[in-house]
Design a binder for this molecule. Structure first.
Ligand code: G6P
Length: 367
């Protein structure tokens, strides 16, 4: 059956709003809520023996991989190498025996990612894939298939596939950590509890839709927009910038907050909105001090944080968006929502073709 937009104006908008449901659906295949344990599909290889992970993907899926790198390294203490697929193959990567090559793709057909998968397979790596289309080429060629259950994604700019990828990757990281003896059963239960809270937190984030729509006029006239984040929220800054440029055609850059002083700070003036992603947590103070460097140069801040963070650092911002207070593990899923909504509403304000942006394709099957 054809996928319908229902009450929504665009598929992208519909897909943004589906996230609480599809993330819950995806998680239900990877956790046992009653036992509070993670549950991964049967594997016919020894996961305990994995001592290195290579992540390869493109576009938004690549940013999900960047978040996962933090998780694999923090929880499982397994070193992770990550690259965009088009670079990976041609740099002659060193692939040691015992490595897991992990490919992330909504379509499962992106030509560069598929070619990288085949390259890794030929080099004897164990192949795991996180894909949304279970009948895709990548799904068929994997040793370990980890499906996302986002349902068909029609909007060219990926939204719900991304948060579902993050849900699967968090469960995989927890599972690997357990197998590696780096996580106690109590810590596993805690992680599962946080993951279970994700759909409600996504709903709470979506409740700010109208407010974000109302602030779109602050960003729509800009020629350049900067997104800043740290740690696992740095890839979210990259994703925010990607979403905005894809559908609103505004030049946007995502930067690691601490790296801003090495270049992009030269761009700051009143005409460049700076979107700061700063959930409360261990990295908050550092991000805020980077934000203050922007403010001191007349930069206009949109601060996305929780109530506590906004109370502490919201003053002087051009606008603020309040997220629910969540554990740092699920912050990347939750903070995806405001950056998606902001890009969406800015594009609507500019009158662009949201679901079919110029020059872009949903699935890129040429290298
Ligand atoms: C295209 C799409 C993006 C997507 C990327 C990777 O560029 O427009 O939204 O993130 O391909 O696609 P994949 O299907 O491999 O996740």
């Amino acid at each position: 059956a054809a996928v319908e937009k229902g009450p929504y104006r665009h598929f992208m908008q519909k897909e943004i709003f589906e996230q609480p449901t599809v993330v819950a659906q995806t998680l239900s295949s990877y956790i046992r809520p009653l036992e509070q344990t993670v549950a991964l599909p049967q594997m016919d290889f020894d996961l305990d023996g994995i001592d290195r992970i290579t992540i390869v993907a493109c576009g938004t899926s690549f940013y999900a991989g960047m978040v996962a790198k933090y998780w694999f390294e923090t929880f499982a203490r397994v070193p992770v190498d990550i690259d965009v697929a088009s670079e990976f193959r041609y740099r002659d990567p060193v692939l040691q025996p015992g490595g897991l090559a992990l490919f992330i793709s909504q379509s499962g057909e992106t030509a560069d990612t598929l070619a990288a998968l085949r390259h890794c397979k030929a080099q004897g790596q164990t192949i795991a894939v996180v894909v949304n289309v279970p009948t895709s080429s990548m799904a068929r060629e994997a040793d370990l298939l980890l499906p996302t259950h986002a349902g068909p994604e029609i909007g060219v700019a990926s939204t719900k596939a991304f948060t579902c990828q993050l849900a699967v990757l968090a469960a995989l990281a927890a599972h690997l950590a357990l197998r590696k003896g780096k996580l106690s059963a109590a810590e596993e239960r805690e992680i599962v509890r946080h993951l279970i809270e994700a759909p409600a937190a996504l709903n709470a984030a979506l409740a700010h839709d109208e407010e974000i729509a109302a602030m779109a006029h602050l960003v729509a006239p800009a020629r350049d927009v900067l997104y800043l984040g740290r740690g696992p929220d740095y890839p979210l800054a990259l994703e925010g910038a990607l979403k905005l440029k894809e559908i609103s055609y505004i030049h946007a850059e995502g930067y690691a907050s601490g790296e801003m002083k090495h270049g992009p700070i030269a761009l700051i003036d009143e005409a460049v909105p700076v979107i700061v992603l700063a959930p409360s947590g261990p990295l908050f103070e550092k991000t805020v001090s980077n934000m203050q460097e922007v403010m001191a140069r007349g930069g206009k801040i949109v601060l996305i944080s929780d109530a506590e963070g906004l109370a502490e650092a919201g003053e002087g911002s051009m606008a603020t968006i309040e997220m629910p207070r969540v554990h740092p593990l699920i912050a990347p899923l939750v903070y995806a929502v405001p950056v998606q909504l902001l890009a969406y509403h800015v594009a609507v304000a500019k009158g662009t073709d949201v679901d079919q942006p110029r020059n872009l394709a949903k699935s890129v099957t040429v290298e």
